[in-house]
Design a protein around this ligand. Structure first.
Ligand code: SF4
Length: 199
């Protein structure tokens, strides 16, 4: 028990130091326009991790991923899978908001990569949910067409850590149409069955 709590403390401390580095990071142009660095949120010993794209307006304002309406959407989807947000560690591919919520640029993803790598290699999740094609591409190292691959469960190794990777749309995609919203909900219901099979 003591060893477990010591290792949890070590993980927490590693993440705390990494977050401190991210908060002063100026490795890409986004440091000039950010309000806050959005490092990550959740228990450092989570078995399930979400990797999304980048902070949006409210995330940038508050320094926390998936707050406001996007947070409510995500929480509702997690419930479809039988998960509570408090059980999941949430990180983004980029830790600073691209102006106007534009797509991250390749050099920004490259500059920010070591933060995500260290988060994943430290947390060592059993399962990662990639929300959207940007994070799926980062984790798999290849282009992903979400319309074809959403709902897939793949083996993935990233930053030396091996885990199951579940692919689905970014929750914001649901705003563009009822069909995508239904696909997202179905994916998260499927994720619920996947999680049961992993335990
Ligand atoms: S996006 Fe990442 S690399 Fe760019 S300034 Fe923010 S923390 Fe640094």
């Amino acid at each position: 028990m003591r060893a477990t709590s010591n290792s949890h403390n070590a993980v927490r401390e590693t993440l705390r130091k990494l977050e401190a580095k991210a908060k002063v990071c100026q490795r890409c142009r986004l440091h000039k326009t950010r309000t806050n660095v959005v490092f990550g949120d959740g228990p450092p010993t989570a078995e399930v991790m979400i990797v999304s794209e980048a902070p949006g307006f409210w995330e940038d304002q508050r320094g926390v991923p998936f707050v406001g309406a996007s947070g409510k959407n995500l929480n509702a989807l997690l419930l479809e899978a039988g998960l509570r947000r408090e059980e999941v560690y949430i990180a983004n591919t980029l830790k600073c908001r691209p102006p106007g919520n534009r797509d991250p640029l390749p050099d920004e993803i490259e500059a920010c990569r070591s933060f995500l790598e260290e988060q994943i290699s430290t947390i060592k999740p059993k399962l990662v949910i990639a929300l959207g094609r940007i994070s799926a591409k980062e984790l798999l190292g290849r282009h992903v067409v979400m319309g074809r691959e959403h709902g897939a469960l793949l083996d993935c190794t990233y930053a030396g850590a091996s885990f199951k990777l579940f692919l689905t749309y970014h929750p914001a995609a649901a705003l563009y149409g009822a069909e995508t919203k239904q696909r997202l909900q179905a994916d998260f219901r499927k994720l619920g069955s996947v999680l049961k099979s992993l335990t």
